[in-house]
Ligand binder design. Structure first.
Ligand code: C5P
Length: 260
């Protein structure tokens, strides 16, 4: 129904310390990516799903295909991975969600809230949660610049939702995608390489550096298309990003709880 979901899973997982790509690390016996795709595909069965995988990967590609998703080789940064996936979107896609595989326990209701917001006219949507820690600013020497009022802060999660044209536009503006439309095959001669879809298997590598301090997709909209306000929907505490070993302990416990 014109919806595509990009699930970014091309990260190395260095901070998790498992010696394998993070999305392959098992939670209750199944790879993180498999958990993420079960929710995405189960909640949004009509959507085209594209997974970004590390260069040379075969294992995550197999997990993606088993779930009915396409795999594309990601880039050196998250933003470059998203851009690589954008070049592989099928025709007819009007709205795109971008989701971290590492947020593999995101409840279906969060995906539904993001999609509903898009369908009711939002151009860019992010799920957010309140900040519960007391937060301080620091200067370049690590010295305190004072406490920041957490009432005015939100933690940002995924999936983030966008009108496709807007997301492509801000990726072009950031130099993450070449100027001008991609042709119908998804091949862009100016890239000097071809994109990988479910059927073909060549490599996309990002070329541009990421804009300073940009760690998600909605920030690109704010920077390059400020006329489109980013709308909030409620995120969820179980949508946390598995990053450190402690997060895996928590993820295990949640899966056990849900299965019982
Ligand atoms: O590193 P971090 O946990 O913030 O990454 C967030 C998500 O982006 C992860 O799901 C990771 O696999 C993905 N990623 C990617 N390509 C990269 C870096 C991260 O797809 N080059």
């Amino acid at each position: 129904d014109g919806l595509a979901v990009i699930v970014v899973a091309a990260g190395s997982g260095t901070r998790l310390g498992y010696g394998m790509p993070k999305a392959l690390v098992p939670v209750a016996g199944r790879p993180i990516l498999e958990h993420a795709l079960a929710t995405v595909c189960g909640t949004l069965p009509g959507a085209a799903v594209i997974v970004t995988v590390p260069a040379g990967d075969t294992d995550l590609t197999a997990v993606a295909r088993a779930a009915g998703a396409a795999a594309v080789t990601g880039g050196a940064t998250r933003a470059q991975s998203v851009a690589a996936a954008l070049t592989a979107l099928p025709a007819g896609v009007t709205h795109v969600l971008v989701h971290d595989a590492a947020r593999c326990l995101t409840p279906p209701a969060v995906l539904e809230r993001v999609v509903t917001a898009l369908h009711t006219g939002a151009q860019a949507v992010v799920p957010v949660t309140p900040v519960t820690d007391t937060v301080r600013g620091v200067d370049t020497h690590g010295r305190s610049t004072g406490t920041v009022d957490r009432a005015g802060l939100r933690s940002v999660q995924t999936p983030q939702g966008f009108h496709r044209a807007l997301l492509e536009r801000v990726n072009r503006a950031a130099g993450l995608l070449p100027d001008g439309p991609l042709d119908a095959t998804g091949e862009d001669p100016r890239l000097g390489h071809s994109v990988r879809t479910a059927e073909t298997a060549t490599t996309v590598t990002g070329s541009a550096g990421d804009p300073e301090g940009i760690t998600d997709d909605a920030s690109l909209v704010e920077l390059f298309a400020p006329e489109h306000p980013v709308e909030f929907v409620a995120g969820h505490e179980e949508s946390f990003k598995i990053t450190r070993p402690l997060d895996l302990v928590l993820a295990h416990a949640i899966v056990r709880e849900r299965d019982s």
